[in-house]
Design a protein around this ligand. Structure first.
Ligand code: MEV
Length: 438
């Protein structure tokens, strides 16, 4: 295609599919039939998915799995996880079971503050702007009354508005830096609506402020938007036990295991190349629960990685120590999540996932998500510091290889039996399937 298609979004879904099939596929009918295979047979569900975004042509599945046996603050939970990577749910379940007999996970929400900013340019005397802000601050609150009433009824609202001078970074650059409490909603719409009203108030009130010169009255708002960096919306998850309790079949020497584990975490604390992969493993658990519960995983990813660098160098999100014979492993991460609003009441599987978690508050969900991240990190580090990661990964990947080679049930059975006692590699599995087929 070397020319734009104007009005594509106005075509019917059927016409969009036909056009794409003709434009890009050597066998258009096959492409059309594949796209339609993934349509939901329930027209109501399909309509819902069609309307989540523009130009929907079909649905793109990822599996929804569950990791049971998560003992959190003394109560058992089953955690829903939406993810395509083969070993993640297995690793979470294994870590959950391991810690369920060693005191379980302990969690705590540290704080829940969200942030938004109005970025603006002001060309003039700073002391006059300070005075203007002091005199106008109450008006920012009253002008957003209609937006904040419902949130206030739920115990949330605007916490504070600050004027921040950023002229050391960019000439004439200032901000309204605003903090919010949004209770069980993630709060993006609420925050952005408040910010856009602040921007209006800012511009209008500047026109009426007698001390401003004509130039000073012309405040230029560049943009108003929430921040996905929420270092004061923090949750902590932790596991700990006496070193000797770490012993099990695969951990014959618990002291050596604990020391290697702590060393591995320390490497991620000081070495960014390792920290990124270490944190990616944490995000395997976090994203899977965030997606299953209808939250915005891109927002969470952006905020978490920014937090991983908050001391000036990208570093591990988790930490471990041995003190007085006790092994402890924990993480603290920022998570802005919601259990009302957004997709939570729209997507049937999100509703189901939330019900599985006994319809948690946003604070409770933060704790489940943090636990899934810590469990995932524990599973990865346990493998990495003992058998290596590939043994478990390749066992889980075996199914993908069998599917790739369209192995029938008998072949799959034979392959699984053989590779219980042999090292799984892509070529070893392919050779074995070929030998069976000879
Ligand atoms: C793979 O998805 C995640 C790991 O690389 C995490 C880690 O190295 O800690 C196994």
């Amino acid at each position: 295609m070397n020319q734009p298609f104007s009005g594509f979004s106005k075509l019917s879904k059927e016409d969009k599919i036909n056009w794409i099939a003709d434009a890009y596929f050597s066998t258009p009918n096959e492409a059309i039939s594949l796209l339609k295979k993934y349509w939901n047979s329930d027209a109501k569900i399909q309509k819902l998915h069609d309307e989540f975004i523009e130009n929907t042509i079909t649905n793109f599945y990822i599996p929804l799995g569950v990791a049971p046996n998560f003992l959190i603050n003394g109560k058992y939970n089953t955690i829903p996880m939406a993810i395509e990577e083969s070993s993640v749910v297995a690793a979470a379940s294994k870590a959950a079971k391991f810690w369920s007999t060693r005191g379980g996970f302990k969690t705590k929400v540290i704080n829940t503050e969200k942030i938004g900013q109005v970025h603006f340019l002001y060309k003039g005397d700073e002391s006059k702007l300070d005075l203007f802000f002091i005199q106008t601050k109450a008006k920012f609150f009253t002008d957003t009354d209609s937006i904040t009433t419902n949130m206030q009824k739920r115990g949330g609202g605007i916490l504070d508005i600050e004027l921040r001078d950023k002229t050391n970074l960019i000439d004439n650059y200032y901000q309204l830096h605003v903090t919010f409490e949004t209770k069980d909603s993630m709060g993006a719409n609420f925050i952005n609506s408040c910010l856009e009203q602040f921007a209006k108030t800012l511009k209008e009130e500047a026109q009426n402020f007698d001390l401003f010169s004509e130039t000073e009255k012309e405040i230029e708002v560049i943009m108003s938007i929430l921040s996905n960096y929420v270092p004061n919306c923090l949750v902590r998850a932790e596991v700990s036990c006496p070193i000797e309790d770490l012993e099990e079949k695969h951990i014959p020497n618990p002291k050596e295991f604990a020391e290697r584990f702590v060393q591995a975490v320390q490497i991620a604390e000081v070495e960014p190349y390792r920290a990124v992969t270490h944190n990616k493993g944490i995000m395997n658990g976090i994203d899977a629960v965030v997606i299953a519960t209808g939250n915005d995983f891109r927002a969470v990813e952006a905020g978490v990685h920014a937090y991983a660098a908050h001391k000036g160098q990208y570093s591990s999100l988790s930490h471990a120590k041995i003190e007085n014979g006790i092994f402890s492993f924990w993480l603290e991460i920022p998570l802005a999540l919601g259990t009302v609003g957004g997709l939570t009441s729209l997507h049937p599987l999100v509703k189901l996932s939330l019900e599985m978690l006994e319809n948690p508050s946003a604070e409770e969900l933060m704790q489940f998500v943090a636990v899934a991240g810590l469990a995932q990190n524990f599973g990865a580090l346990r493998s990495l510091t003992t058998s290596g990661i590939q043994e478990g990964h390749m066992k889980m990947h075996l199914n993908n290889i069998l599917n790739q080679f369209e192995a029938n049930e008998e072949e799959s059975h034979e392959v699984r039996k053989y590779f219980k006692h042999h090292v799984v590699s892509h070529s070893a599995v392919v050779n074995y399937i070929e030998s069976l087929r000879k």
